[in-house]
Design a protein around this ligand. Structure first.
Ligand SMILES: Cc1cc2nc3c(=O)[nH]c(=O)nc-3n(C[C@H](O)[C@H](O)[C@H](O)COP(=O)(O)OP(=O)(O)OC[C@H]3O[C@@H](n4cnc5c(N)ncnc54)[C@H](O)[C@@H]3O)c2cc1C
Length: 399
């Protein structure tokens, strides 16, 4: 296949590399353009949900994730004052998935695994240091214009270039929603929260300072813990990022006195937005370029991976199976609808529950959580939804 039949993907993050792998394995020519010279290692996503592990199974990525990751059979909801509220046991999903648990593994390790898998495909090229500054299209193809003026052409173009997507903006696609006032501080620490009774994945509500707390493999057998806090908009960045002040925040969560290190701190602005369309002619968006959300529930990256696999599947039918190009509208219809109905609605509501100020509502929510965890039918329905299985079923039902 020549240039005219190739797919150009902008961005070598989880979504772009997944699309590349699922297109390349069909024999489609793929060119990935990535701005940086290597995989970026900032502490971002680390939770894999059951359907993502199922989808990656046939390309061997799931096995590699298990080699490197930590299985989390349960996750917990705590109240900072009351302690443990509910523990959700994912084994209840074993009748509908081969992976009835969460898997904790850093997203940069996933990117390396995907790159490793892509090495087997001569029809896939990754160009590092290729910064896309504009996209344009005509009736037969789409082009990425690089910062140095070079023009790269393909039959189709996918923007998997993150929340600030140049592809999305350049294609004239809107990004509707809102931005939270507070920022999110992510602290990576050696402190082990497990002896205090925490699971490998936890949400701790508090009207003043809620937190999400989860374990990641890191580089040693002991692993590391990530702690996410909201911080007020007026707080000075340098003070927030200092390891001393981060250590004080972590210390608020440890009853015992064992020494620990702060390994990393990072500050994020958090948005809830969805692209107004996932398709503009021959140009598409996936992953954070198509939707952004708060990290409570660990869904953003997983959702972007599902976008990529859906895109590759539909485009394969068009490029190789003789399907009409209009089939690609289904990608927009299915993925955008569930981004609103599931990804946005669940993450917005997760944050509300975490920060609820009204003591009566807090009590009521906690009572509901206890009842859900104790009732098999309710637990199944709740985990089926929060593990992203229900959203995928809803997407599949959209023609
Ligand atoms: C603190 C935090 C915790 C999170 N936790 C979770 C979690 O547990 N589970 C989960 O599912 N999600 C989580 N997320 C969300 C997750 O990190 C993102 O959804 C995910 O990174 C999106 O992947 P992507 O491939 O769409 O975009 P990105 O990972 O942003 O990748 C985009 C790529 O495009 C490249 N690029 C950008 N612009 C250009 C350009 N102009 N030209 C060429 N290349 C370009 C970038 O360099 C980058 O490599 C978390 C996010 C944060 C901030």
């Amino acid at each position: 296949m020549g240039e005219r039949a190739r797919v150009v993907i902008c961005g070598a993050g989880p979504s772009g590399l997944t699309a590349a792998l699922f297109l390349a394995r069909q024999g489609i020519e793929v060119l990935v353009l990535e701005r940086w010279s290597e995989v970026f290692e900032d502490p971002r996503a680390a939770t894999f949900h059951p359907p993502t592990m199922e989808m990656y199974e046939e390309v061997g990525v799931t096995q590699r994730l298990h080699d490197l990751g930590i299985v989390a059979p349960t996750w917990q909801f705590h109240d900072r004052r009351e302690g443990l509220v509910a523990e959700y046991d994912l084994s209840v999903l074993s009748e509908v998935t081969r992976y009835p648990y969460r898997l904790q593994c850093e997203q940069h390790k996933l990117c390396r695994i995907l790159l490793e898998k892509l090495e087997a495909f001569e029809n896939c090229t990754i160009r590092w240091g290729a910064d896309v500054s504009e996209v344009r299209q005509d009736e037969t193809g789409a082009e990425a214009v690089l910062a140095d003026g070079e023009v790269v052409r393909g039959a189709w173009l996918l923007g998997s270039d993150g929340g600030r997507s140049v592809v999305r903006k350049s294609a004239g696609i809107g990004f509707e929603g809102f931005t939270y006032e507070e920022r999110f501080l992510v602290i990576t620490t050696t402190h082990d929260f497990q002896p205090a009774g925490y699971a490998f994945s936890n949400y701790v509500s508090d009207p003043k300072e809620w937190t999400a707390l989860f374990k990641v493999p890191g580089r040693t057998p002991e692993g590391l813990w990530r702690v996410v806090f909201p911080v007020p908009v007026e707080a000075a960045e340098a003070a927030l990022l200092s390891h001393e002040s981060a250590a004080e925040r972590v210390a608020g969560f440890r009853p015992e006195d064992a020494p620990f290190d702060v390994v990393h701190t990072n500050l994020y602005q958090v948005h809830q937005r969805v692209a107004t369309s996932y398709r503009a002619g021959r140009v598409f968006v996936s992953g954070d370029a198509a939707h952004v959300n708060n990290p409570l529930g660990g869904m953003g990256m997983n959702f972007g991976i599902h976008d990529a696999i859906s895109f590759a599947d539909l485009l394969g039918q068009v490029m190789l199976g003789g399907a009409e190009a209009s089939l690609m509208d289904r990608y927009d219809r299915q993925r955008r609808k569930i981004a609103h109905d599931y990804l946005q609605s669940m993450t917005i509501s997760n944050k509300k529950v975490m920060e609820e100020r009204d003591p009566e509502i807090r009590k009521l929510r906690q009572q509901e959580m206890r009842e859900t965890a104790a009732d098999r039918e309710k637990l199944f329905a709740f985990l089926y939804r929060t593990s992203m299985l229900e959203g995928l079923k809803a997407a599949a039902a959209i023609a």
